[in-house]
Each structure stands twice: as structure tokens, then as C-alpha cells.
Ligand binder design. Structure first.
Ligand code: ZN
Length: 429
């Protein structure tokens, strides 16, 4: 049946739209966009007072399946994505077995097709077993639908290894996504190296441990001509390195997370809240400001969550023993709207670029626009909805959010993937 979405305020810079209009969806695609549309047999949904934008995509998500289903699985992770307003996610390959061959890519895709609440674009490992020793089965993975290569969770330690992976893999036209961490320099670092690590008596994870690999990876991208995407950028100098690379015309992009923009190392206190233990770590206020400046000036191409679910018992251990990572799918839209759009730092159109257009462009997946002929992947949110983040409010299997207690304005209410509702009135379908 056709679907008529009426009276929402549409914002889509790709289609040049910023105003109230109706959207008629037929099958999996948008049939018409315009004022006062009518369709005799369509289901009509009144979205007055809400914003309607191209479906959001989070290009950095750990769905944990196969292998770590006690943390999250593809069903619960994509349910959290729908609840957060996302129509698609790029899954990370640090599963067990590692997603480093076509069979595992196929497994992720088939489970997502059977149980998922959003599109899943799987990434595949750059090296077998994420060990940084042998190139993964890149061609096989691409043939099965892998959209990008990354050893996320680790940086590739050997410069020659990264060079060989890029030299070989660039023929597939996919982007190489780098988690930048020099393991020799970072060692067992727990939190940003500086005043906070000293005060808390925790080993420091220095900014240089990230910046060294950002700099190196840009140099190797220049050497090989491969497309490079820097993941979860967290330091002021790192943002500057990407800015310089872009000014030189190199094919380099980067992403930033809400936690690296809206939280700092100062949030980590004597309570040793392990939900604030993330990799790369929360940095200084000056770093967070620099990342936001990069979002504003276009250096940052995408906002991602690095959604990293863990079981309660895993995070309930001593700070040094707890795993890195926090969840983010269900708070990202509201945090970005509250902290960047409502404050006037970025426009809603820029938010759409960062959360819908940029991620698809970098991943090379079909663009989505609020225009006739486009896939009907649509996110609707209420800009007036005010809510407080609570542990029992998540659809994710995990609760390890660093934003519990935060007051947020703006929340997704309705989500459509290929014309099919995955959330209606705040309830995941
Ligand atoms: Zn990472």
C-alpha cells in the first residue's frame, strides 16, 4: 500500500528542500514530493511539527554478531539503530570469527535480512584475524557485499602492511577506514594522558599515539592513491592533519563521535565510571572544541557513534579490566541536535550532511534523497521532544552509555526503510 507522509518540515540539502511538504511513497521508493499531495488509497500519516530528513546512517557500529551475542546481536543492535532514528549502519568486523572473508560477510547480511530493523552495510577486515600480518580475502568479501575495509579495534601496526593492503585492495574501489593507535606508544593506556590520568593513577593513552598513525596513514594513502577514512578522530592535532590532507586534495575523510565532542576527560572522576572508558579515550576540552570546529568547517565528514555494547558484568569490573567502548545509537541524533543544531553551531542541513549524506558517500552506497525515485529511507524526528537518558530506556541489549542522566531535546519518532516502517510513534516495529 502507498504511504502519504503529510505536513512534515523536510530538510534535505541534496534536494534543495527546507520547508513543509508531503511525501508519497509507493513500494520501496518515493513517488512524489510536493504540497497538498493526495492519494486515494494511501495510508496517511500526519507529521505536523516534525522534521523529515533522508534516513540517517551510522557508519561505525559494533553489532557483535557472530561471536559476542552476550553483548549485542544483529537483531538488538539494529533495533537500537531504528530506535535512534537510523535507517542503516556499517557493521565493524571485529567479530568472532573475524569478518575477514566472504562467508562471514554473507552471514552478517543474511541475519540482517532475516531479523534486522535497518540496512546493514558490512565492513570487512583489512588483515586476516585483525592480526596485521596477512591481507584478508578482500575480493571475496567485496563480491559478497563488503562496503569498506577496516581493522577497527586496532590500528595496523606495520606501515608496510598497510601499504600492501592499500596497494592490493584499492582495485576494489572501497574505502580504507583506520582506527589510529600506535600500540607500542599507547601500551596499556586507559585514559587520555595528562592531568586526569595522573590524578586518577591510570596509565595514559597519549594523543600522539593516535596522531602518529593519522599522519602515517595519510602519507600511505598519498603513496598508494587509496581512499582513506580516519575513524573516531579525537584530538585537535589529528583534525588539523586531516584538514591539511584535504587542502592538498588527498582522498581523505574522517568521522567524529558524540562522546568525543560532548564529553571530555574531566567527566572521569573518582567514581571510575567504566562507561566513560572508550578507545580512543575522552580527550581534553580543547580537543573536543577542535573536533566540533572540524564538524563546523567541513573537515569532519560524518558523525558516527562507534556503538560498542558490552554486558553489564564486563563493564562492572575495575577500570583497568573493563573493556573499552560505549553505546551510542539511541542518543546520537538527540545529542547532535541539542548540542550543535539548537545552539546554532551547525544548521539542520549540515546535520543531514553529516549523518545521512556523508556516510553513504564515503561507503559508496546508494544515495538517498527526499525526491521522486529515491529509495524511501526516511527519518522523522520531533525537535521539541525533551527527554532524559536512562539505563532502562534502551532497545540495545547493553546499557553502557556515558550519557545516562543527560537532558536531550529532539528524538526520532518514525523511521522508514525502503518504504517499510521500522519505527512508528517512537515504537520500533
Ligand atoms: Zn575503533
Amino acid at each position: 500500500m502507498a504511504l502519504l507522509l503529510k505536513n512534515a518540515h523536510i530538510v534535505d540539502p541534496a534536494a534543495g528542500l527546507d520547508g513543509v511538504a508531503d511525501v508519497l511513497v509507493e513500494g520501496e521508493r518515493i513517488a512524489r514530493v510536493g504540497e497538498n499531495l493526495d492519494a486515494a488509497d494511501a495510508e496517511v500519516i500526519d507529521l505536523a511539527g516534525k522534521y523529515l530528513v533522508p534516513g540517517l546512517v551510522d557508519m561505525h557500529v559494533h553489532l557483535r554478531e557472530p561471536g559476542y551475542e552476550h553483548k549485542e546481536d544483529i537483531e538488538s543492535g539494529t533495533r537500537a539503530a531504528a530506535h535512534g532514528g537510523f535507517t542503516g549502519v556499517c557493521s565493524m568486523p571485529n567479530t568472532d570469527p573475524v569478518t575477514d572473508n566472504g562467508v562471514t560477510i554473507e552471514y552478517v547480511k543474511s541475519v540482517a535480512a532475516a531479523k534486522g530493523h535497518c540496512r546493514v552495510f558490512p565492513s570487512g577486515a583489512m588483515t586476516k584475524g585483525l592480526k596485521g600480518e596477512i591481507i584478508s580475502e578482500m575480493g571475496d568479501m567485496v563480491a559478497h557485499g563488503c562496503v569498506a575495509f577496516t581493522d577497527d579495534g586496532r590500528g595496523i601496526q606495520g606501515a608496510g602492511m598497510l601499504r600492501r593492503a592499500m596497494d592490493y585492495g584499492k582495485m576494489f574501489g572501497k574505502v580504507f577506514m583506520s582506527h589510529c593507535q600506535d600500540e607500542d606508544l599507547v601500551g596499556d593506556g586507559q585514559v587520555n594522558e595528562g592531568a586526569v590520568s595522573t590524578r586518577l593513577g591510570l596509565l595514559g593513552w597519549p594523543a600522539a599515539g593516535e596522531e602518529l598513525q593519522i599522519s602515517r596513514d595519510i602519507a600511505i594513502a598519498e603513496l598508494t592513491g587509496a581512499k582513506l577514512h580516519i575513524q573516531h578522530i579525537s584530538t585537535a592535532h589529528g583534525v588539523e592533519l586531516v584538514r591539511e590532507a584535504k587542502a592538498k586534495g588527498l582522498p581523505v575523510t574522517c568521522e567524529a563521535t558524540p562522546h568525543h565532542m560532548f564529553l571530555t576527560e574531566d567527566a572521569i572522576d573518582g567514581t571510575y565510571n567504566t562507561s566513560l572508558k572508550v578507545n580512543p579515550p575522552l580527550r581534553t576540552a580543547a580537543d573536543a572544541e577542535a573536533v566540533i570546529a572540524g564538524v563546523i568547517d567541513g573537515t569532519v565528514d560524518a558523525i558516527v557513534t562507534d556503538h560498542a555494547p558490552h554486558a553489564d558484568w564486563e563493564k562492572a569490573r575495575e577500570f583497568e579490566l573493563a573493556p573499552f567502548g560505549m553505546i551510542g545509537l539511541e542518543t546520537s541524533l538527540g545529542l547532535v541536535y541539542t548540542n550543535l543544531v539548537k545552539t546554532g553551531k551547525i544548521s539542520l542541513a549540515r546535520m543531514v550532511e553529516l549523518m545521512a549524506i556523508g556516510p553513504r558517500r564515503i561507503l559508496g552506497v546508494e544515495p538517498v534523497s527526499i525526491a521522486a525515485g529515491s529509495l524511501a529511507d526516511i527519518t522523522v524526528f520531533d525537535p521539541e521532544a525533551t527527554w532524559t537518558v536512562t539505563a532502562d530506556g534502551f532497545e540495545s541489549q547493553a546499557k553502557n552509555s556515558g550519557f545516562i542522566g543527560a537532558s536531550i531535546t529532539g528524538r526520532a519518532t518514525d523511521v522508514f526503510v525502503g518504504g517499510v516502517a521500522t519505527m512508528r510513534d517512537g515504537v520500533v516495529c
